[in-house]
Design a protein around this ligand. Structure first.
Ligand code: ATP
Length: 522
């Protein structure tokens, strides 16, 4: 789905937070940095700093725990089996021929002859008068500066002060007839007619395997983790006791040479996926599809995306992938990011992939018979169908950051990050009120006890207000202060991030209290 405003979405909620603010906090506090920043960065690549690394790890760990390790009760009231896999990023290139990625994994792309910039045709819109023959200005959908440049261009060209709402409209670039494209000014161009016709551009990164530059030695960085699962289906069946229905889960890097990486980490060229391929009897597709779709939606809510910014969107029939047309359906779990509002951007797709992939690899590898699964319970041989919940760890992390960012002018930091405690990068800050009277020693002892299970921070620098402010920006749910009563009554003061309320606890009770408030397995 496109990460751009949807035309018919509900009226926008006035965003109290902007992407600029969120990106600035991410950089300042070490959530996300530009990759190779000291050399000017590289477009579409991002690094996670210390806080961001913990946050993303908490997201991936929660996914793994809830999908693979913990008991999950399926639609028939029985626990379901999901096992893990960890495949290589580079595989035999035949995998990508059979899967259809070599032939078809492409986006329509437009080049600008004047500026040498490249755009995704389906991300471009044009603004201009409705009459045939009018000059049109193109910009990337959702790019406010591009839109402002287009408006300025029209006003200057047509010698007017403002647009005429009845005449000047925005249209998707692909809907402009080919013979009118010569009148378009490209997003960064000054002349008309500098955009090329859209051409298909394969998104896979090619790489040389071994020292010899021979065409036969090239392979690809995987554009999705799913295919590694399909080509290992039989290995997993043969080496474990799993029986249909069951799932294989994998978390790992994927690479796509996106034409227009943008919107912070949302559309990157290197990113991480969390994918499940769930193998079922074909007759059960509708049941399992609906179950996974609904469970995955509630899972995102359970880790903190509780606002109305999360939505489930069932695809229309004409949007479905070729293999899903006859199946149970496809839906996207979407989040309303500040840069997509009032529209939504995809966090996870849940799709019925039918038997497309297993069948394709069976045919291409010549191992047709083996791949056709024999179901003893049904006494039937068939290609299993697949329900695939495929989520992005980076988009998930970005949604957590956007959701958590809570402006609060009454606090010294002006903002706090309201992470669900299970996701919070740091679970507690431990502060001696002053650096004397034995308080640092008590604090350090508590710190050493708590860090056996949780990521906690010990901080004895600056005023207590400044230490709270740092923890508010990091999204730390609890601050534990060692004060004079710690010496006399063996208590500490716990400050809650969201309410800023404080409570007294016995020092000895703190470890169990923190476990209960965080979850010991977080
Ligand atoms: P889009 O339409 O936004 O390009 P997609 O439908 O191609 O996404 P899938 O192929 O379904 O995405 O990939 C599954 C998940 O992987 C997505 O829901 C998203 O979270 C993540 N993902 C895909 N492409 C990117 C990217 N370029 N950067 C970051 N995450 C991505």
């Amino acid at each position: 789905m496109s990460d751009s405003p949807a035309a018919n979405s509900p009226a926008p909620e006035v965003p109290a937070k902007t992407m600029e603010q969120i990106v600035a906090l991410c950089r300042r506090r070490g959530f996300v940095f530009q990759s190779s920043e000291i050399y000017g960065g590289i477009n579409g690549f991002w690094d996670y700093g210390p806080l961001g690394t913990e946050l993303k790890r908490n997201l991936k760990n929660a996914w793994w725990q809830d999908v693979v390790q913990r008991e999950l009760i399926g639609p028939h009231g029985e626990p379901i089996d999901v096992v893990g896999l960890d495949c290589t990023i580079i595989m035999n290139p035949k995998v990508w021929e059979a899967s259809g990625h070599v032939g078809g994994f492409s986006d329509p792309m437009v080049d600008c002859r004047e500026t040498k910039q490249r755009y995704r045709a389906d991300h471009l819109v044009v603004l201009g008068a409705v009459e045939a023959g009018a000059r049109l200005w193109a910009f990337v959908e959702g790019d406010d500066a591009g839109r402002a440049k287009a408006i300025k261009g029209i006003c200057k060209y047509e010698k007017r002060d403002a647009l005429d709402a009845a005449r000047h409209i925005v249209r998707p670039y692909p809907t402009v007839p080919a013979d009118e494209r010569a009148r378009i000014v490209g997003p960064d161009a000054t002349e008309v007619g500098t955009l090329t016709e859209p051409r298909q551009f394969n998104l896979m990164f090619k790489t040389l395997v071994g020292a010899v530059e021979d065409p036969g030695n090239y392979s690809y960085l995987r554009p999705e983790t799913a295919q590694g699962i399909f080509v290992n289906f039989q290995n997993v069946m043969d080496s474990t006791r799993v029986k249909i229905p069951f799932g294989i889960a994998q978390i790992g890097k994927a690479f796509r040479n996106e034409v227009t990486p943008r919107n912070f980490t949302f559309r990157s060229r290197e990113f991480e996926q969390m994918e499940i391929e769930f193998f079922i009897h074909p007759s059960e597709a509708a049941t399992w599809y609906a179950w996974w779709r609904d469970w995955r939606f509630s899972w995102w809510q359970s880790i903190g995306l509780t606002s109305a910014n999360l939505q489930l969107r069932e695809h229309d029939r004409d949007e479905l992938a070729h293999y899903a047309k006859e199946g149970a359906g496809t839906s996207d779990i979407e989040y309303r990011f500040p840069f997509t509002a009032p529209g939504y951007g995809e966090l996870e797709g849940v799709a019925h992939r039918s038997d497309f992939d297993l069948r394709a690899h069976a045919t291409a590898s010549g191992k047709n018979d083996k791949a056709k699964h024999f179901d003893q319970a049904r006494n039937e041989r068939y290609f299993p169908h697949v329900i695939e919940p495929s989520a992005g760890a980076d988009r998930g992390t970005l949604a957590l950051l956007c959701e958590a960012y809570t402006p609060d002018p009454s606090r010294p930091s002006g903002v706090f990050m309201k992470f669900n405690p299970r996701m919070a990068p740091v679970k507690a800050g431990i502060f001696p009120l002053v650096n004397k009277d034995g308080m640092p020693e008590i604090g350090e002892k508590l710190f050493r006890t708590l860090r056996k299970k949780h990521v906690v921070e010990f901080d004895e620098k600056q005023s207590i207000g400044k230490r709270y402010a740092r923890m508010d920006e990091a999204g730390t749910p609890f601050c534990i202060t060692i004060d004079s009563e710690s010496l006399t009554a063996q208590t500490v003061t716990v400050r809650h991030r969201d309410t800023q309320q404080q409570e007294k606890l016995a020092i000895d009770a703190v470890p169990a209290w923190l476990d209960a408030h965080i979850g010991t397995d977080s």
